[in-house]
Ligand binder design. Structure first.
Ligand code: F0G
Length: 461
C-alpha cells in the first residue's frame, strides 16, 4: 500500500493510451436519439461523448491485463489460462469448483436450469433483469425479500442490500423449504442503487438457511465493492483487508454466478462456482451444450488470463478507494446542485430519482426513459433507464409493473473517465433540471417479448 497519507480518491495508475472521442452538435444528437427510438440502448457509440450506460465490460484494462492477452493459450481443451483463472477464483472467492461462461447470464442460465424445478420459489434481495428471467424460464417464481428501505430512494439506511429474514421466513412457511431451491443473494444490489448487505445480515441469513437446508447462491458481480462498504460501515471491519472480507462473504455461501465484466475489470467473461460435487458435475456437463467446453465456457484463453489478473487488481484497497471515490465525487456534486438521487451513494453508479426530477410525468409515460433521452440530447451523456420499462409486465396481469423505483442510472466505468468528465456530467444534468417543466413523456411504440428495455422503441408524446 502507498504509505503517503492523502485524502483524495486520486487514481493509483496513470494513463498510457487514450481513445479519441467524436464531439457532436445538439442537432446531430437529436437525430441520433430519434433514430434510436428514444432508447439509449439503441444509440450508436460513435454518437456518445460520455458513456455512462453501464459499468459492464467497459473497464479500462491495465498494462498487465493487456500483456496477459499475449499469454492466451487458445487450445480447445485444458488451456493454461483456465488453470490461472481457477487459481485466482479459488484464492479470492474460495469456492471449490469453477465453470467459466461467456458472461454473467450464461452462468445464471446454467444455475437456474440445474437448481430450479417447475413451481419453485426463488427468493432474492431484489430482482436483476437477466437473473429473474432465467429463474422464470426454468419454471421458478422470483420473490423479493429485500428490506423495505431498499425501495425508498430517500432512506439513508447503510445496508439497503440486506435480506429481510421475516419476509424470507414467511415465504418458507407458505410454500415449504423444499420448494425453495436456493436464495439468490446479490452483493451491492444493482437495482437498489448499488447498495450493500452487511456481514451481520449475511451471518443471520446463513444461520437461517443452515437450519432450513436452503443453499445461498451469491450473485458475486459487484461483491468486492460490497466488501469495501462493509469495511467502511460495519463495526469490527475497519482494519480488515477487502480481500479477507470477500472471502468471509463467499465462505458463508454455497456458490455464485459472476459477471466478470464488472468487479473483475474485463470486457467479457463470467463464471459459475459451487462447492457441491453433484451440482458441479451437472454444470460442467450443461456448459458444453450452451457455452463451450468446461475449460473455456465461451471465452478465449486470453480472456481468462485477463480475468485472473483483473481479479487480483480489483481486490486491492487502492483500486477500490479510487473507484468508490470517483462515484462519490459525482454524487456529492449532484446533491449539492439539488438533484434528487438515490441515497446513500452506491458503488457503481449514481441513480437519479426520475419521479422527483419529473413529477409531472405519469409512470406509464416513462419518466426515467424520458430523462435518459434528454441527457443524451443535452450533452451526449448516455445513461440507462431503470424503472417501469426495465421492470416489464407482470406475467399475471400483463400490466406494467410500475415499480417504486423509477430511476436513471449514471453508471461509471472503472478506470475510464476523469474528474473533468464528471464535471461535464454535472453540468448536463443541471441544465436539464433547469428546463424540466417543459419536458414531456414517451409512448412505447415497439415492445419486444424478452427484456424489453434493451430494444423497445418510443415516440415523444
Ligand atoms: N447480475 C447483476 C447484478 C448484473 O448487474 C448483471 C449485468 C448480470 C447479473 C448479468 O451479467 O451482463 O454479464 O450477462 N448487468 C449489466 C448492467 C448488464 O448494466 O447492469 P452479464
Amino acid at each position: 500500500m502507498n504509505t503517503h497519507k492523502h485524502h483524495t480518491w486520486a487514481e493509483p495508475y496513470k494513463i498510457k493510451m487514450v481513445e479519441l472521442l467524436r464531439m457532436t452538435t445538439r442537432e446531430e444528437r437529436l437525430e441520433a436519439i430519434r433514430n434510436a427510438g428514444y432508447n439509449t440502448f439503441l444509440t450508436r457509440s460513435r454518437d456518445v461523448y460520455i458513456d455512462l450506460l453501464t459499468d459492464s465490460g467497459t473497464s479500462a484494462m491495465s498494462d498487465r491485463q493487456w500483456a496477459g492477452l499475449m499469454l492466451g493459450d487458445e487450445a480447445y481443451s485444458g488451456s493454461e489460462n483456465f488453470y490461472h483463472l481457477e487459481q485466482a477464483v479459488q484464492e479470492y472467492y474460495g469456492y471449490k469448483y469453477l465453470v467459466p461462461t461467456h458472461q454473467g447470464r450464461g452462468a445464471e442460465h446454467l444455475m437456474s436450469q440445474i437448481l430450479i424445478k417447475d413451481g419453485d420459489h426463488v427468493p432474492g434481495n431484489m430482482y436483476f433483469t437477466t437473473t429473474r428471467l432465467h429463474q422464470e424460464l426454468a419454471g421458478g417464481k422470483f420473490v423479493d425479500v429485500i428490506v423495505d428501505e431498499a425501495h425508498d430512494p430517500q432512506s439513508e439506511f447503510p445496508f439497503k442490500g440486506n435480506v429481510d429474514l421475516d419476509k424470507l421466513d414467511a415465504l418458507v412457511r407458505d410454500v415449504g423449504a423444499d420448494r425453495v431451491p436456493y436464495i439468490s443473494l446479490e452483493g451491492n444490489v444493482n437495482m437498489a442503487g448499488g447498495q450493500p448487505f452487511s456481514m451481520a445480515n449475511l451471518r443471520e441469513l446463513h444461520a437461517y438457511c443452515d437450519e432450513h437446508d436452503i443453499p445461498i447462491m451469491l450473485d458475486a458481480t459487484r461483491t468486492i465493492e460490497n466488501a469495501w462498504f462493509i469495511r467502511e460501515r460495519e463495526d469490527g471491519y475497519a482494519d480488515t483487508p477487502v480481500r479477507d472480507i470477500l472471502r468471509e462473504i463467499c465462505d458463508m455461501t454455497d456458490g455464485c454466478t459472476m459477471s466478470a465484466k464488472k468487479d473483475a475489470l474485463v470486457n467479457i467473461g463470467g463464471f459459475f462456482c459451487c462447492n457441491d460435487d453433484e451440482v458441479f458435475r451437472k454444470a460442467q456437463n450443461l456448459v458444453v451444450v450452451y457455452e463451450g467446453l468446461h475449460t473455456y465456457g465461451g471465452l478465449a484463453g486470453r480472456d481468462m488470463e485477463a480475468m485472473a489478473q483483473g481479479i487480483r487488481e480489483a481486490v486491492t484497497e487502492e483500486h477500490m478507494a479510487a473507484r468508490i471515490g470517483q462515484v462519490r465525487y459525482l454524487g456529492r456534486r449532484l446533491m449539492a446542485a439539488g438533484i434528487p438521487i438515490v441515497r446513500p451513494i452506491g458503488s457503481h453508479a449514481i441513480f437519479i430519482d426520475a419521479r422527483r426530477f419529473l413529477p409531472h410525468i405519469d409512470q406509464d409515460d416513462y419518466p426515467a426513459q424520458t430523462l435518459a433521452a434528454e441527457l443524451f440530447i443535452e450533452a451526449g451523456v448516455r445513461t440507462m433507464e431503470r424503472g417501469n420499462v426495465s421492470a416489464g409486465r407482470s406475467p399475471v396481469t400483463g400490466e406494467n409493473r410500475r415499480p417504486q423505483l423509477e430511476l436513471v442510472r449514471l453508471t461509471i466505468p472503472r478506470r475510464v473517465y476523469t474528474q473533468a468528465h464528471m464535471d461535464v456530467v454535472v453540468e448536463a444534468v443541471t441544465d436539464v433540471y433547469e428546463r424540466r417543466a417543459e419536458i414531456r413523456g414517451l409512448r412505447m411504440v415497439y415492445e419486444p417479448e424478452y427484456l424489453r428495455f434493451f430494444q423497445a422503441r418510443f415516440e415523444p408524446l
